[in-house]
Design a protein around this ligand. Sequence first.
Ligand SMILES: Cc1ncc(COP(=O)(O)O)c(C=O)c1O
Length: 483
Amino acid sequence: MLYDDMPLLKSIKDYGKGKTLPLHMPGHKRGEIYKKLKLDMLFKNIMEMDTTEVPGVDNLFCPEGPLLKAQELAAKSFGADNSFFLINGTTAGIYAMIMSVTKPGDKIIIPRNAHRSAISATILAKLHPVYILPEIDEQMGVAMGIRPETVERTITDHPDAKAVLITNPTYYGVCSHLEMIADIVHSHGKILLVDEAHGSHFTFHKDLPKSALASGADLVAQSTHKTLVSMTGSSMLHIKGDRVDMEKIKFFLQIVQTTSPSHVMLASLDAARYIMDRYGYILLDECIKYSNMVRDEINRKTKFYCLSYDKIGESGIFAIDSTRLSVCMKGSGLRGSEADKILRERHNIQVELSDINNIVAITTVADDDKAYFKFLEAIMKISSETIQLSGGTFEIKPPEYLPKKDLSPFEAVYKKTEFIDVGKSPGFVSGEMIMPYPPGIPVIMPGERISKDIIDFLLQCKDMGITISGMADPGFNKIKIIK
Ligand SMILES: Cc1ncc(COP(=O)(O)O)c(C=O)c1O
């Protein structure tokens, strides 16, 4: 058969053929939004459209024509002074924003559970990260918001830090009090960077949390592909105000991005902005209405809990993204990872993420009413069939303090390392990051000293079947230490 010798292409075609309901990114949901708006001709002939930077098409690194115009339109829509299109994801935006406001040896304040791109940026830019611990919600067992007072305290303890990075919203759809955080950061003369990878839709509806730009952020990176409708890997970086140097941003964007940008991806950012300008409010109205309906029904009629507005005020939570359906199975006898499998295998629904307690479904402007009802019915059925499949609840209590830091990650990654038995590792300096998920907060970073408490906690995670990520030995038998 034609596809048999093209395994990757085949896998993508097969996934499409299966008609799985995609409650995951990218937000265009296999092009559904383009069909819904009768705009599917826009990206029909992708190979024909795939061109290099020929005259008339413009240049990513020094746009003067249509790309410049498209970026200006985006800046207007998103409320920025300047916007840049990215084809290496928000990852590239995070690299560029961190590098443009620091120099080697500087301190930067970042959440302990920042996306790996933020940690990588500190390695590339040779920075000393100072971590802020997010709050952990007891019920869901995952990292939630960051309290403004925690930011204030961290800045007071590290007045020499150059900037503060906040992840807002989180993967689970939780927002911190960004406006208050912006005031605190600026009152100390620092720069606020926001990883708004999961919040590019916020600008387009009044009932969604306030966007980072509207809350006072200086630099904001957004995955337009996750919650809006551009192609996977296409994102935007926005700038507002005069605290950051535009020329430095442009310089670092050239360092972190490819010199062969995909114009199809760039054009999909233009299309996503156009769609949201034209139809965004109405489409989001539907999306919010149906997501709230599903949320309420799950909370009224099932054994599960869908993250809702009742949590506002707890665990550093200031607002909730209505479109994110984070369903907690804790106490029901079913693990989140089991629900994920049942949804896939019995209901043909694929969610974005699952962990031991929860599943996370992403709904966007591309989903129609059938998608919400299908998900709700499946969850109700799973709830009615749940009878202690794997028993017990899963309590996750990581150590409440940060380990002693001997080296920053950028210093640790260049040291000689060796593997030793996990049981013998307390007292040694770790050569790798170790993060149990949930709660999704690294318990150890490269360069930090391993303690017995940490190892005991990780062994407990392993016994409970919690994923331990970041380690070279995923079985958690050996640990990489610095010699
Ligand atoms: C919170 C957060 N920040 C940044 C990123 C990186 O975004 P991208 O995949 O667009 O590079 C992700 C990706 O999942 C993320 O979840």
